[in-house]
Design a protein around this ligand. Structure first.
Ligand code: PLP
Length: 402
């Protein structure tokens, strides 16, 4: 279908609002039909997703608190307490127990808030409403493509090295004392690349330029992998100069969608984001969204307390072990990985990655192509077993054949 937006990916409209309601069992039957093509994470076919099935405790908490609204702290005072507890837990995990935290709907909102704060700070300092310069890696998540389309910013992109990490010396060359914000990524979604945050921070801190770390993907992996002895750089508040971190409990945190968190080193940055509500007794908002599911916040609270640090360490150990298993299987089957993965995304060189991904999809497997790099991309997650990884590699070998 051609639309104003170009070739539409929206499905043709088939639903209609029935004049008379139907029995719940009938509707559930219809719903089963509607969802017939959906994949089940447990089924061993999903190899493109950084999200996974939430823990059982999260499902229970979510279902019990479906009506909880983060936008109404008078009806649901528990949510503010849960948000504060989460901020304290995340702050501790990220090396700054006193960090100020805002729950968000995933990494996109967290990144948006940071850029908004940077623009406001820039305009406060320099006056006017002109574009604020922000420096990002070429690997920045596409949430930033949306953000630069919405806010008055001038994005400048820094090039990458051969493992798809930003080159700190190239990035720092683009940063001046007038730069409103620098972004680094701790775990890109395309390749799991972890930028050298300490090298970037050394320069930004010297200039007094804020440094945001987008750890939406790596936030629940890197701290525990480091505790397990994996060679990964520090990326959070233990690095002087890091001023904010985004992390997503709905990715490797075991928490249901939508769960995101923005952590700020400095309370003054939270002030830049404050919007007073028009109602007496309702607390100021610091996020973008108003009404939003408190169930995800309570579920995050419950999951963190259920797993504890040792529970996450175990999960991370398992997922890194499976990643290494997959790497071995791929090499044995004759595939060439593009680089040593830092986290859980395995990239494979292939002359026609899109053709291979389509062929896999016909066999029921979902993989993806990192389009910017022309690489086949496989995400290892804890919903996959060793046998399922074997199934994927066998399917790749078969799909790649004549
Ligand atoms: N940043 C990074 C590095 C990501 O990997 C993602 C999602 O994959 C996001 C931001 C956006 O997060 P969300 O999809 O939760 O908005």
């Amino acid at each position: 279908m051609e639309t104003l937006l170009g070739s539409s990916t929206f499905p043709a409209e088939t639903g209609s609002l029935p004049e008379h309601g139907r029995a719940p069992d009938t509707v559930l039957e219809e719903l089963r039909e509607l969802c017939r093509d959906d994949h089940d994470y447990a089924g061993g076919t999903v190899f493109n997703s950084i999200c996974s099935a939430p823990l059982d405790i999260a499902r229970r908490v979510f279902a019990q608190h479906l009506d909880a609204n983060m936008g109404d702290n008078r009806v649901f005072p528990s949510l503010r307490r849960a948000e504060a507890d989460l901020s304290a837990m995340f702050g501790e995990l990220l090396g700054h127990p006193g960090a100020v935290g805002v729950t968000t709907s995933g990494g996109t909102e967290a990144n948006l808030l940071v850029v908004l704060a940077a623009v406001r700070r820039y305009h406060d300092r320099h006056g006017g409403s002109g574009p604020a310069r922000i420096v990002l890696p070429e690997s920045a998540h596409f949430s930033f493509d949306k953000i630069v389309g919405m806010l008055p910013v001038e994005p400048v992109y820094a090039p990458l090295d051969d493992r798809l990490r930003v080159r700190p010396e190239e990035l720092t060359r683009l940063v001046t004392a007038d730069t409103a914000l620098v972004v680094a990524t701790a775990g890109t979604s395309e390749a799991g690349a972890v930028d050298d945050v300490p090298a970037v921070a050394e320069h930004t801190a010297a200039l007094g330029v804020p440094l945001h770390v987008d750890a939406a993907t790596g936030g629940f992996l890197i701290p525990f992998a480091r505790e397990l002895g994996y060679d990964l750089p520090p990326f959070a508040f233990d690095v002087p100069g890091v001023t904010s971190v985004a992390l997503d409990p709905h990715k490797y945190g075991g928490v249901p969608i939508p769960s995101g968190h923005l952590l700020l080193r400095d309370r003054a940055d939270a002030e830049l984001l404050r919007t007073a509500s028009h109602y007496r007794g309702t607390f100021d908002h610091h996020g973008l969204l108003g009404t939003r599911p408190g169930a995800a916040v309570l579920a995050a609270w419950a999951v963190l307390r259920t797993l504890g640090r040792s529970g996450y360490r175990e999960l991370v150990k398992e997922v890194f072990t499976r990643r290494d298993l997959l790497l071995g299987m791929l090499r044995d089957a004759g595939f060439t990985t593009a680089m040593e993965p830092q986290l859980t995304v395995v990239t494979v060189r292939h002359p026609e990655p899109a053709r291979l991904v389509d062929a896999l999809e016909r066999r029921g497997f979902i993989a993806s192509v990192a389009r910017r790099y022309g690489l086949l991309r496989l995400v290892v997650h804890w919903h996959q077993t060793a046998e399922q990884l074997r199934g994927l590699v066998d399917a790749m070998a078969a799909a790649d054949g004549p």
